[in-house]
Design a protein around this ligand. Structure first.
Ligand code: 5AD
Ligand code: SF4
Length: 460
């Protein structure tokens, strides 16, 4: 810890795994720490506090945390002042076990208790108390607004902000650990959400992404749903793009689809709609609450309202009892829908879930073989779809420098296509970019005009 500045409590470094909710939770953790006087560490090696914001959705993600802790233990030996905390879903799931497996951990904080981080660190430092665990399953009454607090760090571009509107999940998909780690749904009043969006818009944020495990289950006590929220947000001055994730197909109502269509082009023409499987039999065993036909009908209903809309999805292969025929139905669903983004996973048994009771006769190697076949197949679909962007000019919201190549900028189109490009630009700008190359996963191009003369150019 540096001595000179009395307001400086120490420095922090956060590792983040998992979904968008976790990325945003890390922004909130950073926001809370900075409010307490902490500053971002220049490197992990000299951080006073290291937090692991963890994910437990699949076993691999959980296990990674423990190998990472092993590495940090060595770092802690060289920096005895350092405090090590485990946050997020693994903290919730494992609780006390974390101290058994990694006794050098100072702090375990579940996703519903991240606002406790400041006082918890202070009490460890002041009292020199041993390990502390806060894994409340309900939000604490003195901080009832969390996780909807406005304290956060906005990313590099400062042009985009995530806003949580619903937390938790009331579904009970038989493979999923989320309802256990994140608890039941809680909703933020629409008036609060809109107030926050107005403040963000005044700070020149142009893109808002509403977040929730089942974001389209949103409702508040006044009877507002996501449909009303989208309509009202689109009317706020300065807001150019609205996204929301993750949606549940069963809650993709006509009313919501109509609101999305009416708010074009501000509501982005891309939707992440996890299907999980193309087999109605497997969907029933997963308790997803829809079948193949219903899912396809929802895609059709959206495409007819919003022509040119793109879709992304999540797939689980090798769910207990999935036959080769079930698997092939997932492949034909990919062909039918023509998704532009697919996140696919081999089924991973999770503690406390109903799917553990089902017979599972396909060994992990068989599941991985299906996963590879599916990914190869989808790569072909995406290669063809992405190739159609060649030569087009697209509006890109610039996020920052590309991580892979510092000379390139990176950002996204309205349809959530990643675009890496060269030319004069800056984070937060909306840029017209001409596409000169495509891969199955991203587009590449060059700036067609700077922000200033952009208005003179019409999109192609
Ligand atoms: N095994 C494999 N994948 C899973 N997912 C959720 N639970 C599991 C599991 N037990 C996937 C789903 C979900 C995504 C976030 O993770 O596809 O949509
Ligand atoms: Fe998990 Fe299903 Fe809830 Fe999504 S909807 S978080 S998959 S239980």
């Amino acid at each position: 810890m540096s001595a000179g500045d009395p307001s400086r409590v120490g420095s922090y470094h956060i590792h983040t795994w998992g979904c968008q909710m976790n990325v945003h939770d890390s922004e909130k953790l950073a926001g809370v720490l900075e409010r307490e006087g902490y500053v971002p560490a220049t490197s992990e090696d000299d951080a006073d506090v290291i937090l692991l914001n963890t994910c437990s959705i699949r076993e691999k993600a959980s296990e990674k945390v423990f190998s990472e802790l092993g590495r940090l233990r060595r770092l802690k030996r060289t920096n005895s002042n350092m405090l090590l905390g485990v946050c997020g879903c693994v903290a919730q799931q494992e609780g006390e076990n974390i101290y058994k497996r990694a006794p050098y951990v100072d702090l375990v904080i579940g996703p519903r208790a991240i606002d406790s981080i400041g006082p918890a660190l202070a009490s460890i430092r002041d009292g020199g108390r041993g390990a502390l665990r806060v894994t409340d399953t309900e939000y604490r009454s003195d901080s009832i607004r969390f996780p909807f607090d406005e304290i956060r760090r906005i990313g590099e571009s400062r042009a985009k902000a995530f806003v949580t509107i619903i937390e938790g999940c009331n579904h009970r998909c038989t493979y999923c650990i989320v309802p256990t780690t994140r608890g039941r749904e809680v909703y933020r009043p629409m008036a609060d959400v809109l107030q926050e969006v107005r403040v963000l818009a005044r700070k020149s944020v142009v893109e808002i992404e509403f977040l929730g495990q089942t974001v389209n289950a949103y409702r508040d006590s006044e009877g507002n749903t996501l449909a009303e929220l989208l309509t009202a947000t689109a009317a706020i001055d300065g807001i150019r793009r609205i996204r929301f994730t993750t949606s549940h197909p069963a809650q993709m109502t006509e009313r919501l689809m109509d609101a999305m269509a009416a708010a074009q082009p501000t509501v982005c023409a891309y939707l992440h709609l996890p299907v999980q499987s193309g087999s109605s039999r497997v969907l029933r065993a997963m308790r997803r609450g829809y079948d193949r036909e219903t899912y396809l009908a929802k895609i059709e209903a959206l495409r007819s309202r919003i022509p040119g809309m793109l879709f992304g999805t999540d797939i689980i292969v090798g769910f207990p009892g999935e036959t080769e025929d079930d698997f092939l139905q997932t492949i034909t669903l990919l062909d039918e829908v023509q998704f532009d983004t697919v996140y696919s996973f081999a089924y991973s048994p999770r503690p406390g879930t109903r799917a553990l009771e089902l017979d599972d006769d396909l060994p992990p190697a068989g599941k991985h073989e299906r996963l590879q076949r599916l990914q190869e197949h989808q790569k072909g679909i995406q290669a063809a779809r992405m190739a159609t962007w060649l030569g087009r000019s697209v509006e890109v919201l610039v996020e920052g420098r590309s991580k892979r190549n510092e000379e390139r900028w990176t950002g996204r189109t309205v349809e959530s296509r990643v675009v890496n490009f060269v030319g004069d630009s800056a984070p937060g700008r909306l840029e017209w970019v001409e596409i000169t190359e495509t891969t199955p996963f991203s587009l590449a191009g060059r700036v067609r005009a700077s922000d200033l003369d952009r208005r003179r150019l019409a999109p192609i």
